[in-house]
Design a protein around this ligand. Structure first.
Ligand code: NAP
Length: 413
C-alpha cells in the first residue's frame, strides 16, 4: 500500500459520511463518534438501506446535513419522520449516497454497507479524493484495481476497518514506518491473516451438512451483522479477506497465509525477512479499528474491556482445514486466474448465503454453489470480460453470477 503521508487531523472537526449507519458497524461507528466528541468528528451524512426508524433516530441525535435511504416506502416514511427537521436534506438510493459523499462538507467516508451494493459510493469516495475508511471489503473483492487506481489518482487515503487488515496496516507501520505500507518491500516476507474458525471449527463434515441457521449465527467471539456471521461460519469471510489483503497491500497470493486462532486476540501478523513477526493484539471489539481509521495517524482514548492475558490464559493456533472449509481455496483461485473472478465469487456467495438464511439450501451448499459458479466462469461460460475489467464489466459479471447462483441453488429470483 503506497499511501500518501498521513494527513494529521485538522483543527476543525472532520466531516464524516457514514454509509450503512443502521448496521452493526454503522452503530459501532456512531458510538466511536460520540466518544470522540463533536470537536473531532461531525457527521455530515448518514445512509441506510430500509430501516427508516433507526435512521430517523440517528439523524435526530447527530443532525447531519443529509440522509439517504432506499427509494419507495422507506424514503416516504423517513420524510414523514423528519418533517420537523427541514435543514436535513433527504436523499434516496445510490444517487443519494453519491451526493452526500461528493458534498464539500464531507472529508471522510466510512463505508459499511454490506455486499457489492456498497461499491458505487466507495468508487465515488475514491474519485472525490476523500479519506476512505473501508469496512465494505466486498468493494475491493469486486473491483480492487478500479478502487485502488481511483484512490491513488485522486489522493484518497484508503484505511482498512476490517480488524485483520487494520492489524496488518498497524504491523507494517510499526515494523518499519518509513517504508511503503505493502509489497514490494524487500524486508517483508508474508502477511498472516488470523481466522477465529467460526462456530463449526471442530464440526465434522456430516454434522456441518445439517447445520441450522441458528447454529451458523452463533459466532464464538465476534458480534456482527448476519451476513458476515454466516461468511465467518463458511470461512468465506476469510476468503474475501485474502483478496482484500491482496489489493490493500499489493501482496502476491503466495505471501498471504491464513491461520486459525480461535480466541480472536491476535488480529493478524506480518513476518519480516529476518524472521521477526509483528502481531497486533487486542480484545475483539470493532470500535478499535473503526476509531483508528477515523483518527489515523493519531490514537485516542477508547473505553474497551480490559486486556487481561492472564485471564485469557492461552492463545492457540492451528492450520485451517481446507477440506472442510474449501472457501479459502476459492480466493486463491481468483487471485491466480484474475479477470472478474472476485465479482463472480462475491455475487454467488451473496445469493447462496441468502438462500441458506431463507432455509432454501443447506449450509455446505453455500460454498458448493460458489465453487460451481466460479468454475463455470473460468470455464468460459460467463460473459466475455477483458484481462483488466472495467467497472461495467465487473457489474456485468456480478449480474451473470447472481443468475447462475440462483439456478445452482434453485432459488426463486
Ligand atoms: N460487523 C462486523 O463486525 C464487521 C467486521 C469487519 C467487516 N465488516 C464489513 O462491514 C460491512 C457491514 O457489515 P455489518 O455487519 O455492519 O452489516 P449489517 O449489520 O448487515 O449492516 C449493513 C448495513 O448496510 C445497509 N445496506 C444494505 N444494503 C444497502 C443498500 N443497497 N443501500 C444502502 N444501504 C444498504 C443496511 O441498511 P438497513 O439495515 O437499513 O437495510 C445496514 O445499515 C460488510 O461489508 C462487512 O463485511 C463487518
Amino acid at each position: 500500500m503506497e499511501n500518501a503521508e498521513p494527513r494529521v487531523l485538522a483543527k476543525k472537526p472532520m466531516g464524516l459520511v457514514l454509509l450503512g449507519s443502521t448496521g452493526s458497524i454503522g452503530k459501532s461507528t456512531l458510538d466511536v463518534v460520540r466518544s470522540l466528541g463533536p470537536e473531532t468528528v461531525r457527521v455530515t451524512g448518514l445512509a441506510a438501506g430500509t430501516k427508516w426508524e433507526i435512521l430517523a433516530e440517528q439523524a435526530r441525535a447527530h443532525r447531519p446535513s443529509r440522509v439517504s435511504i432506499a427509494d419507495g416506502e422507506p424514503y416516504v416514511r423517513l420524510r414523514e419522520a423528519l418533517r420537523d427537521l427541514p435543514r436535513i436534506e433527504i436523499l434516496k438510493g445510490e444517487e443519494g449516497q453519491r451526493q452526500m459523499v461528493a458534498a464539500p462538507d464531507c472529508d471522510a467516508v466510512l463505508a459499511a454497507v454490506t455486499g457489492a451494493a456498497g461499491l458505487p459510493a466507495v468508487v465515488e469516495a475514491a474519485r472525490c479524493g476523500k479519506r476512505l475508511c473501508l469496512s465494505n471489503k466486498e468493494s475491493l473483492v469486486v473491483a480492487g484495481p478500479i478502487v485502488w487506481k481511483l484512490a491513488r489518482e485522486n489522493g484518497s487515503e484508503l484505511l482498512p476497518v476490517d480488524s485483520e487488515h487494520s492489524a496488518i496496516f498497524q504491523c507494517l507501520r510499526s515494523g518499519s514506518p518509513s517504508r511503503g505500507l505493502g509489497f514490494p518491500r524487500e524486508d517483508l516476507k508474508r502477511i498472516i491473516l488470523t481466522a477465529s474458525g467460526g462456530p463449526f471449527r471442530q464440526w465434522p463434515n456430516e454434522r456441518m451438512e445439517r447445520a441450522s441457521v441458528e447454529d451458523a449465527l452463533a459466532h464464538p467471539t465476534w458480534k456482527m451483522g448476519p451476513n458476515i456471521t454466516i461468511d465467518s461460519a463458511t470461512l468465506m469471510n476469510k476468503a474475501l479477506e485474502v483478496i482484500e489483503a491482496h489489493w490493500l497491500f499489493s501482496a502476491p497470493p503466495e505471501r498471504i497465509d491464513v491461520i486459525c486462532h480461535p480466541q480472536s486476540i491476535v488480529h493478524s501478523m506480518v513476518e519480516f525477512v529476518d524472521g521477526s513477526v509483528v502481531a497486533q493484539l487486542g480484545v475483539p471489539d470493532m470500535r478499535v479499528p473503526i476509531q483508528y481509521a477515523l483518527t489515523f495517524p493519531e490514537r485516542r482514548d477508547l473505553e474497551v474491556a480490559p486486556f487481561d492475558l492472564a485471564k485469557i490464559g492461552s492463545l492457540t493456533f492451528e492450520a485451517v482445514d481446507r477440506e472442510r472449509f474449501p472457501a479459502i481455496d476459492l480466493a486463491y483461485t481468483v487471485l491466480a486466474r484474475g479477470g472478474a473472478g472476485g465479482a463472480v465469487l462475491n455475487a454467488a456467495n451473496e445469493v447462496a448465503r441468502a438462500a441458506f438464511l431463507e432455509r432454501a439450501i443447506g449450509f455446505r451448499e453455500i460454498t458448493r454453489t460458489n465453487a460451481r459458479v466460479l468454475s463455470r466462469y473460468y470455464d468460459g461460460r460467463g460473459p466475455r470480460i477483458s484481462e483488466r475489467p472495467t467497472l461495467d464489466e465487473v457489474l456485468e459479471a456480478d449480474r451473470w453470477a447472481r443468475e447462475e447462483a440462483r439456478s445452482c441453488s434453485k432459488q426463486p429470483s
